[in-house]
Write a protein that binds this ligand. Sequence first.
Ligand SMILES: Cc1ncc(COP(=O)(O)O)c(C=O)c1O
Length: 415
Amino acid sequence: MSIRKHRVMGNYGNAGYNAAEEITESLHKIMFAKRTNWNLTPNGLSEALAAHRAAGRPLFDLTVSNPTECGFEYDGAAILKALSNPAVLSYEPNSRGLESARRAVARYYGEHNAEVSLEDIFLTTSTSEAYSYAFRTLCDPGDELLIPSPSYPLFDFLADIQDVSLVRYPLVYDHGWQIDFHALEQAVTPRTRGVIVVHPNNPTGHFAKRAEIVKLNAICEARELAIIADEVFLDFSIAGEPAPSFAANGGALTFTLSGLSKICGLPQMKAAWLIVSGPKAMKNEAIARLEIIADTYLSLNAPVQLAIPNFLEERYAFQKQVISRVRSNLAELDRQLGAQESCSRLTVEGGWCVVLRVPATRSDEDLAIHLLATTGVCAHPGHFYEFPSDGQLVVSLITPEQGFAQGMRRLLSGF
Ligand SMILES: Cc1ncc(COP(=O)(O)O)c(C=O)c1O
């Protein structure tokens, strides 16, 4: 039996598995696909959290990201009514998804000044599924995609499952975050198929700026690379100024991804989409291939598709609450940070979380475990998001206000 080592890079707190650890011998290695040789032992923080909970100790959780558990008000009656449309009783398969739903998605982009045709929209069950469609359309096994670092740790598993290699391009922080274009260009190889942009990025909370979008298009156009733009947090601009969407981007072939889980705070409804734009011939070719992928799965259920127009209507009330909470938690954070000298925070433009700069006296994961033990506060270590050095913690800004203020006070008392 050959001992093949597989590397599982950065990982998400939800999954709770080990980051950047090598998998060694396993009894059943020959039986299963190498792409699934993941290290499934829980990471240290997950273990500490499980022990903390099991011991019944008080927990101040500053990592909450499930909007349905954060005390936001939803119009429950409207949501349930939208799910009981009599049209659910018939089946109308459509590889792109029901036209009424795509029309609502096109309207959403119209409100972002992006004209999107119904033919360019593919509905999926999640943004993650939309990623997999894009990866499958673009990449042969071993092909590469560039991803921002730091960023959301979902990509590693998604890429493993689709046999895609990820290559990181750095974001640099200097009075705000920017793409390091020199490093991005250096990272391109003959196997690179595209560049992923998270807009705004999670957890740095920065939007791609207009000049960056122009430059990204130029780089991708010149090298025939696609842009994959993840816009799940697009609507959550803290300053209130709407950011431009990639949905009608015309330079490079572009796949724009978003969905209801963040926009409407309805992750349980499992509805998202992928929009194709770019030079006509390339776009048509991509759409023809995507049609086959989507038609093979037809993965969305009818009740949710029929409800998408109503769910999107509900988003205004939800987003208003989120933005108000994020601003209020940031103001509270700044008040507390102003009263001490050990910690500070990075600039945040959008999204649901904030990065704290903390003394780098030990690894971020050890620090998070230590803080859980000493203060009862759970925060994400920066290394979950591939920060290049220690000294960062990530906390959720959608934590209910009182819990946030209390949790932050306790967290800061730990330094
Ligand atoms: C940047 C980003 N993209 C995608 C997702 C996943 O979205 P979905 O629930 O639609 O799969 C998340 C979830 O947290 C995210 O933070």
